[in-house]
Ligand binder design. Structure first.
Ligand code: TMP
Length: 217
């Protein structure tokens, strides 16, 4: 059982500015006196960091969608049990840069539905049960723009986390459509923002939405 905390997830393709926006929201919430934990998938825990290295670096074809789904779910299970649920039980708000919708978008839609979607639901039930985010913020952008942002950002990185960026544009277009389809099925959980706006404008829109949704003064 979760306490009074809220679980808010950020989702989207590559280069949407999620990491920037989630950090800005965490700072805003902290200023409002909300105890906030900022985390991510994959890699929100120590073991998760090791899994992240395996998942996001190297040859795009070094494993298939099924193997990826299993590893993302291993990361997620550790993340939930060791970090997310304990924090929610403490009344903290948890903001996660990606969660299970990414697995459906990337491993199912991205790979052109080559894996059985029911298996992903089974993995969700096993690892997460009937728990769901209170809110999912989807940042939507044309993948051509997102990918070029993402490649630019990676230039300064020592370890290039570009395994998924190395896939064809079609993969990224599929997963964008996937995210929009997933969001349309659960309109009460999702809110979609146009990620092509400048950082400040987008931040203001997100803050306004979150404040209204959760009654923050
Ligand atoms: P990030 O770059 O947003 O931190 O995400 C890491 C990469 O992992 C990104 O390319 C999306 C991918 N990913 C999946 O393919 N499936 C998942 O379930 C998750 C959480 C991430």
């Amino acid at each position: 059982m979760q306490g009074n905390g809220k679980f808010i997830t950020f989702e989207g393709g590559e280069g949407t500015g999620k990491s920037t926006q989630i950090k800005l929201l965490a700072d805003f919430l902290a200023k409002k006196g909300v105890q906030t934990v900022l985390t991510k998938e994959p890699g929100g825990t120590e073991v998760g960091q090791e899994l992240r290295q395996i998942l996001v670096t190297g040859d795009p074809d070094k494993m298939d969608a099924v193997a990826e789904a299993l590893l993302y779910y291993a990361d997620r299970r550790i993340h939930m049990t060791k970090k997310v649920w304990p924090a929610l039980n403490n009344g903290q708000w948890v903001l996660s840069d990606r969660f299970a919708d990414s697995t459906v978008a990337y491993q199912y839609y991205g790979y052109n539905k080559k894996i059985d979607k029911d298996i992903l639901q089974d993995l969700y039930n096993l690892a997460v049960g009937d728990f769901k985010p209170d809110l999912t913020i989807l940042l939507d952008i044309d993948p051509k723009i997102g990918l070029s942002r993402s490649l630019k950002k990676a230039q300064g990185m020592q370890v290039k986390e570009l395994r998924h960026e190395g896939r064809a544009l079609e993969f990224h277009e599929n997963l964008r459509k996937g995210f929009l389809e997933i969001a349309a099925k659960e309109p009460e959980r999702f809110v979609i923002f146009d990620a092509n706006k400048d950082i400040e404008t987008l931040h203001k829109e997100i803050v306004e939405y979150v404040s209204n949704r959760f009654g923050l003064k």
